[in-house]
Write a protein that binds this ligand. Structure first.
Ligand SMILES: Cc1ncc(COP(=O)(O)O)c(C=O)c1O
Length: 380
């Protein structure tokens, strides 16, 4: 039997490859973005309790209502956005499913989606599965700001979607008020939809506040805003996230969602409902990771890597220009094998694999892990 692949040239993601290589070589894995520390015990207890009390069957398709209500309260408190949890919030199997379902719901063949590079790896395959056309804009390589004039040039009658991500993986940059104002100007009077990936909304540093789309009513009307509990509560393996979108968009989203996953792990949803009561856990998350960022940056000062500014997320981008001229993928593999630390090469986030000699390290790790990694990195 001949198999006709929809993605003949696509390989397993670099995150899977680098994590496997790290395991094989016994290297410290700073590649894939996940913490090596435990979630809050109350979260674990709440999930166990929910299972023991019988919450083991299908959840409602839209998500566990008390959790949606709590999310609505939180978005109002944080961003001043009032929404109806019945019709405007849907719980998803992580942000990845939310993004995938959102693209699948709205993008038709030959319609265009604007992606801003370097771009999180799951967006483009979804666009391609819809037979949509991806239009790429590159962040300014110096400060990773969005060149809005170039975005403007790409907008046409065929533009259906713009995908944004802030705080941004892999660069650690954030969108500012003026960025959101530009986006509002560019999309005003059009039918363009925005998918806003805000999974690192609470991991933002230096007293900045997160510029959620939900702070901008005109933008919120045309947006699907996506977040993930995996990032906020150190449980990336639980895969629970959510989408906030106006009723008309949510109704369409759910038509696809119900045949995509139907519903999401119920005991986990109950546990997130319980833990969301502890506001300090998300309010203080930025501070927690800011200390890790500072700690890691200090350690890296005794290496030959040059550090890029990190405004949010748990990723540190570094330049290795002064160390070698090797391609970033080759250097990342060699570093893992010879020096025992696994990074992610930045080029994998570009459609044309632009090689700016940058690597990404995840610092969502115990300080001890970061110290051990830094010790190895000083030998390079
Ligand atoms: C920018 C971005 N979006 C989405 C995701 C996926 O989130 P989830 O694990 O909830 O699917 C990640 C995970 O690394 C991410 O960095």
């Amino acid at each position: 039997m001949q198999v006709f692949s929809k993605f003949p040239e696509l390989k397993t993601t670099i995150f899977t490859q680098m994590s496997a290589l790290a395991r094989e070589c016994g290297a410290i894995n700073l590649s894939q973005g996940f913490p090596d520390f435990s979630p809050h015990p109350k979260l674990l207890e709440a999930k166990c309790k929910a299972m023991k009390q019988g919450a083991n069957q299908y959840a409602p398709m839209q998500g566990y209502m008390p959790l949606r209500e709590r999310i609505a309260e939180k978005t109002q408190e944080l961003y001043g956005f009032v929404c109806n949890p019945e019709t405007e919030i849907t719980i998803t199997a992580g942000a990845t499913q939310a993004i995938f379902t959102a693209i699948l719901t709205f993008l038709n063949p030959d319609e265009e989606a604007i992606l801003i590079e370097p771009v999180y790896d799951s967006y483009l395959p979804a666009v391609r599965l819809c037979k949509g056309i991806a239009k790429f804009v590159e962040l300014n390589p110096n400060d990773f700001s969005v060149p809005w004039q170039q975005v403007k040039k790409l907008i046409s009658k065929k533009t259906k979607l713009i995908l944004i991500n802030s705080p941004h993986n892999p660069t650690g940059s954030t969108l500012k008020k003026k960025d959101l104002q530009e986006l509002e100007k560019l999309t005003k009077g059009t039918d363009i939809l925005i998918i806003s990936d805000e999974v690192y909304e609470h991991i933002i540093f230096d007293k900045q506040s997160h510029e959620s789309i939900l702070r901008y009513p005109e933008l919120a009307k045309r947006s699907l805003v996506i977040s993930s509990f995996g990032k906020t509560y150190h449980v990336t393996g639980w895969k629970v996230g959510y989408v906030v979108a106006p009723e008309n968009l949510t109704a369409e989203f759910r038509k696809v969602h119900q045949y995509n996953v139907f519903c999401v792990n119920l005991p986990a949803q109950i546990a997130f409902y319980e833990i969301l009561k502890e506001k300090s856990l998300y309010e203080e998350l930025g501070q927690f990771y800011e200390e890790k960022r500072n700690f890691f940056q200090k350690l890296l000062q005794s290496t030959r890597f040059q550090l890029k500014k990190v405004e949010g997320t748990y990723f540190q981008l570094v330049s290795y220009e002064k160390i070698t001229n090797e391609k970033d993928i080759d250097f990342a593999i060699r570093m893992t094998k010879e020096f025992g630390v696994a990074p992610i090469p930045l080029s994998v986030f570009y459609s044309k694999q632009n090689d700016y000699k940058h690597l990404r390290f995840c610092f969502a790790k115990e300080n001890e892990t970061l110290e051990k990694a830094a010790e190895k990195l000083t030998k390079i």
